[in-house]
Design a protein around this ligand. Sequence first.
Ligand code: ATP
Length: 942
Amino acid sequence: MEKICVAVRLRPAVNEETPNGNGYHWEVENNRISLHKSRGTPISGVSFAFDHVFDQDCRNSRVYELLIKDIIHAAVEGFNGTAFAYGQTSSGKTFTMNGSETDPGIIHRAVKDIFTEIEMTTDREFLVRVSYMEIYNEDINDLFAVENQKLQIHESLERGVFVAGLREEIVNSADQVLDLIQLGEVNRHFGETNMNARSSRSHTVFRMVIESKGKDNNSNNSSSSHDAIRVSVLNLVDLAGSERVAKTGAGGVRLKEGKHINKSLMVLGNVINKLIEGAKQRGHIPYRDSKLTRILQPALGGNAKTSIICTVAPEEVHLEETKGTLHFASRAKRITNCVQVNENLVDLAGSERVAKTGAGGVRLKEGKHINKSLMVLGNVINKLIEGAKQRGHIPYRDSKLTRILQPALGGNAKTSIICTVAPEEVHLEETKGTLHFASRAKRITNCVQVNEILTDAALLKRQKLEIEELRLKLQGSHAEVLEQEILKLRNDMLKYELEREKLAMELEEERRSHKERDQCIREQQIKINNLSNQNVGKGSLGEESNDSHSTCQEDAFSTPCFKAVPNAFVFKRSQYSRQPDCSPLPDTCNDFADEDTWMKMNKGYVADLDALNMTPARKAHSFPSVEDISAENYNQEMLNLHRQLQLVTEERDELKMKHTAQVSLNNQLTKEISELQQEALLIPEVPRALLESVANCKDAYKDILSVLQDFVADERSATAEILSTTSEIGLSLFSTLEAHFSMAMDGQRSHINNYSIQEQCTVLRKRLNSLISSLVLSDAPKIKDEHLEDFPYSSKHKGTLGAEIASWKRDLDDEIRTIKQKYQNLESELVVNNKILEVSEDKYHSLERELNLMKAERDDLLERVSNSSQMLAQFRDQKENFQQDLNAEVQRRKKLEEEIKQFSVAFASRQRSIMSFQSDFKSVLENLKAQNPVSASKYLGS
Ligand SMILES: Nc1ncnc2c1ncn2[C@@H]1O[C@H](COP(=O)(O)OP(=O)(O)OP(=O)(O)O)[C@@H](O)[C@H]1O
């Protein structure tokens, strides 16, 4: 176990102290940083000690020498290493990691040193790969390849936690790496805030993977130790700074970035808290109390995949021992390790009871030692369980940052953290927060191991050597068949090795396309669901519109909203431990930039992430390991699979196109429907407008009549009679018009009858004519007499009365004609409107029919999508079967190899026996020759 190395670096003050400050300042002395008052008196309780504390004058070279150099050296030797800079915004993290022209930073120095060390290590050969990524708004982007965005984190036993799809460049000189870094820097997210003109808006991780292998000077005499390859990962991390909105003045994009930055830093704080909680409870683990536990240390809570086989005896007489062993087993079951690839296979001595073994002397001494070491083993296990119990779940998966830094925090890596702080009084709280963080981080312990692995490649190499050895053994013999077989096998192995690489790539590619297709289908299904919701909305609108044209709903055609996620898709942290395949990133942390949360975060507050909803689980399909795949028949099968894949993809594309066409048609129809609705809304207004104008005409007519009435002196006179009949006729005509229009307004078009109005007009006209003619022609003398008395006309006027009445009649006729004309105009307008209404109705019905067709088509589409999903499932099954076949084939091949080996061993032994028989035979012949040289020369020749 190794503690994390933590240092604090105070940057030089950049601005003058605020005039109304209290004169507080930080002083650095002997790796301790303390807060002092203006007069120099230290403030109690605000003093922190760390592995190193660097003051304002310290240069990057010193920071590197004291804090990082060891990690770099260890990384070349095969240990994982991580160094990261943590601190508030503008405190000097990027300055520390990247440095300046005159004072290069940690990354620059580390790269240079690594290549210098590699050059100096002459007994090993190295392969160095570098990558550079940033975590921006919780997305991982490749800084070496801008097109690689939103990369995913994966984990495998061999590679540990890794970012899939991240470009790795194989490099062989420091300059090459520094050039690459320069290119990557261009792609990094920087932004201006009130606090820093060039503030990092993302966390960056510069990663070097160093592989090394002992140099194989004598190829014929290689041993397996030369095949062990060391793989170490070095992470150099420049974190974005925690920030307070009040100071950075962030808004918009900056605010969003700030929230993401603070959120991931808060998760980092949570992880550290959880780790130290566990370490606190675990306390000292007594590994050193026995040689056994010392040797087994990596296997117990360390870096090993460990299996313990507890053997028990069935006899009743061993009941107590068996119970004890079972208790031991159930305790051991609760240990958790941080696993790398090495495994330990240990055969322990059994615990003994003197009473039963009857041991004495040497045996007794041995038994005591055995029991003691087993007891210590039990103690170690107890301590480990205690720790694990307290430590519980470490929330590495809550942010991408902690997931990437997982090996560095409580895992298998040498880690240094450099916490940068600002000296200004105005940043006092932030500095205290960073120092609290640093003190907590100091308590983390990691278990660091050299990562020595036997890679597949090394394994293959060994197999090749074995075959070579066999071939040499058989050289000179006449076992041609066997030799041929071996040759073939060797070629097969080479082919297999090449194909394995290819397969790995193809599988990866296929898996990616699978994922994309799944995603596509899911998206399409969501779209179809939305479309169906939209259509259901329209259907209900159609029904309503049938009832009444005037009650159309305006929002029925609005953009469809996504359905609320059903509860089943949301689960809490408490369920997380039971759902290991999900990536439970909290979605709802929105207020991480606020003051309160910031303070809590820096004071070691553990966010109750249980209260936050997690993103839905997305299960990753497990693929068989590459070595399980044989080459034979693979290409053929692969072709088939590709063909099927192509077909499914084509079908999906076709469906997609149809769907797009349908959506656009749907949009067009929606637009037309809304236009028609607008028109339909206007149509009922026409009769209303007509009714209003008729009412206005009626009022005007009444006014005219009342004016005329004033001219009539005698109410019983003929003039009065004509006037009253005329007004009666006019008003009756207006009333009829009003009645018709109000009926039209109520939608009773069928009752409006043009013919009845005309008939009424004719009747009324006739009545008026007959009245006038009766007055003028039949009762003229009477009128004359009456007018002589009543009318204020002179006698010369009396003769012209008939003419005047005739002119009134003409005027009235004109007026009636005008009214009739107006009426006819209104009538024809009404007819036109009715026609428009009918056309609208037809259009509406045809739209409804189209909608139904669309629904049917949608159902068809849905069915086809589900069919293609089934096909996909079948396709997956087929693939699985194929993979099983491949596995079987690999097994068969292994068996064959085994048989060949056995055969060659048998062959060698037979060869040996033939040789010995030959030598025996020779010696017998020699003896015979010696005994009887004459007959021997006669029968055997010379
Ligand atoms: N030790 C130092 N010596 C000289 N200048 C420094 C030092 N530390 C920081 N600076 C200067 O302070 C300013 C802010 O530093 P830097 O950008 O490294 O902060 P940061 O912590 O990375 O901020 P952010 O989190 O916003 O990215 C820069 O102009 C930098 O040059």
